[in-house]
Ligand binder design. Structure first.
Ligand SMILES: [Zn+2]
Ligand SMILES: [Zn+2]
Length: 82
């Protein structure tokens, strides 16, 4: 059963990629995002997904980390607070 679910999700992902619907978000330059790899539920690509936020951690250079993470986790794998 697990295998079937896996196959179905792979098919779903490839269908989403083939749909060629660009992301609804806008880039930093104010232009519409050209990414076609979007989440079918939100219509946004990974970078513009409202359910995702930037990591709140800082890099070793002291700069804010730009990794995009899920809202619930707040930090990327590198900056997980233990
Ligand atoms: Zn986008
Ligand atoms: Zn981080």
């Amino acid at each position: 059963m697990k295998k079937l679910v896996l196959i179905l999700s792979v098919v779903c992902i490839s269908l989403t990629a083939l749909a060629n619907t660009p992301c609804k978000g806008t880039t930093k330059a104010g232009k519409p995002c050209a990414s076609v790899i979007v989440d079918s539920k939100t219509g946004y690509c990974n970078a513009h997904n409202p359910n995702r936020v930037k990591c709140t951690g800082t890099t070793t250079a002291g700069k804010p980390c730009n990794m995009v993470v899920m809202k619930e986790s707040k930090t990327c794998r590198l900056h997980v607070k233990k």
